[in-house]
Design a protein. Sequence first.
Length: 357
Amino acid sequence: MLKMGFRWFGAQDDPITLSQIRQIPGTTQVVGALYDVPVGEVWPLEKIQALKKQVTDASLSLEVIESVNIHDDIKIGKPSRDRYIENYQQTIRNLAKCGIKVICYNFMPIFDWIRTDLAYPLPDGSTVMRFEHQQVEKSPEEMIATVQNNANGFELPGWEPERLARVQRLFTDYRDVDAAKLRANLKYFLDAIIPVCEECDVKMAMHPDDPPMSLFGLPRIYKNRDDMQQILAMHDSPYNGLTICTGSLGENPANDLPAIIREFVSRDRVPFMHVRNIKFTNEQGDFHESAHLSREGSLDMVAIMQALHEKHFDGYIRPDHGRNIWGETGRPGYGLYDRALGIAYLNGIWETLDHEK
Ligand SMILES: [Mn+2]
């Protein structure tokens, strides 16, 4: 059985309710987070307990957190990082007390993920997020302005306005951080937190860089199979794990997703999967997101699920960004309907694979 989950942004910020999530067939997990704790501060136990209670009162489980974001000082390697790492350790302990098993995080400088259009219309009238290489040739500020004007009034995860206001200063801070330095800073972080994870039985699951390529001169260190190997080797423990996001890694057509899944799932280092499709629109690798169904995009979703099935994947999984459809005015990529359709589809593939066995 897949431990199927649905990302939820909390009662304050998400127009989708827990009772709606509860009604999606085969969905038992909520993938949640606290959104009102500033990056770098300790997540208070009472607040996590309150979130946990909301979710369990709705007959759902909360075992995966996405994300506990990492303060830029840790990624840059400033002396102040030690204080933020101590806070992170305490957050892990507090989450463990509430039964959290997996923490998804990313190690991307400045930008959490980048799209150049958040509501690109498809011929069927739905809207999706899109990425055009030409757009990122602009200045970061111009790109941010484009993206924010198009977010339907929602604040996007990792794109907090107060953080983006400091974007110019962040670029200066990251000036001397190349890929080698960023890797060294990740290792420093992992060496400090993985022993706490082992003690608390909480697995870390790093999310790939999205898109998996360097933009605006910023380094990217989780782009492909070799990067994954390096991250795992930095601190060899089953608690130092990876999120495989088929959309993010799939944005580079050179990434062989079924092979990557087979390799790292059989090593038991993939506690969390994000499964979504994307569609390439030209030779330059511009793409837009799509419905999960294989023929709506460029990825072979059956081959992806087959690889997971073959390696007896028993971790947590969720559909990822969907289209905005049926008149829903939700957060770009995170509407109810298309992600629910995604779950039905992924569960259908899985059930078929179970039967064939
Ligand atoms: Mn993802």
